[in-house]
Design a protein around this ligand. Structure first.
Ligand code: C5P
Length: 218
């Protein structure tokens, strides 16, 4: 069959961390490198999809052959994803910060002489869940679940809670986050597909093939 089975399909991929500013010199973030998300965007484009990558700040090169939008905060990521809809495929790889500072001060905050840290947090929107609930929900929505324990059970529960079609579970108790390799378990409504530990590129290609397969194109 076709060498480019996702030709004519549109995909949105989120990747990397978000960065939530506290003041002009500080922020909250996490260790996501963006590698797995970039590799997935690339693998989908290699199969012919028109890909829009919405990425937080990373130190690696963005893929070629995808439309890349760089954002900093979760709120900016949500706006960029909404602007990128509609699509056939949404793959939510980004490590979105769960919380952001309730206010962002324009001047550097000063350490109090004593008393608690002057930092209040509020919850960020869940971008994956809002895409699942959108009028423009893509046909196939894939979320990620990075866990350190009970990986598959937590992924199954997360699939239902978020309302997505598949959850890619991975065990980040080792050196996965920020590392070069990944071991994915793709949890669907009816199956659990355990992939071997492999490079993030190879894992991305396997996921992209499974996505093409879902659309009946391989
Ligand atoms: O709830 P948890 O953060 O473990 O869910 C992970 C999944 O949800 C990932 O696919 C991640 O990209 C997505 N997510 C999101 N917006 C958030 C938090 C997580 O899109 N605020």
């Amino acid at each position: 069959k076709s060498h480019k089975p996702l030709t004519g399909r549109r995909a949105i991929v989120t990747a990397g961390p978000t960065r939530e500013p506290i003041d002009p010199v500080r922020y909250l973030s996490n260790h996501s490198s963006g590698r797995q998300g970039y590799a997935i965007a690339q693998a989908l484009a290699d199969l012919g999809a028109e890909v829009e990558l919405v990425t937080g700040p990373t130190s690696i090169a963005t893929p070629l052959g995808t439309k890349n939008t760089t954002i900093e905060t979760a709120l900016e990521m949500r706006a960029a994803v909404e602007a990128a809809l509609p699509a056939d495929i949404f793959v939510s790889v980004a490590a979105v910060a769960d919380w952001r500072p309730a206010e962002r001060t324009s001047k550097k905050t000063q350490k109090p002489v004593d008393g608690p840290a002057p930092l209040q947090l509020i919850e960020n929107p869940d971008i994956l869940r809002s895409v699942c609930e959108s009028d423009k929900r893509p046909e196939l929505v894939v979320g990620f679940a990075a866990e350190t324990h009970d990986v598959v059970e937590l992924a199954r529960a997360k699939r239902l809670r978020k309302g997505c079609d598949w959850i890619v579970a991975n065990d980040v108790s080792g050196d996965v986050m920020g590392g070069q390799e990944n071991e994915m378990i793709i949890v669907t409504e009816t199956s659990e597909d355990r992939l071997p530990r492999q490079s993030k590129q190879a894992a991305a290609q396997a996921l992209a093939r499974k996505i093409a397969n879902h659309f009946g194109e391989i």
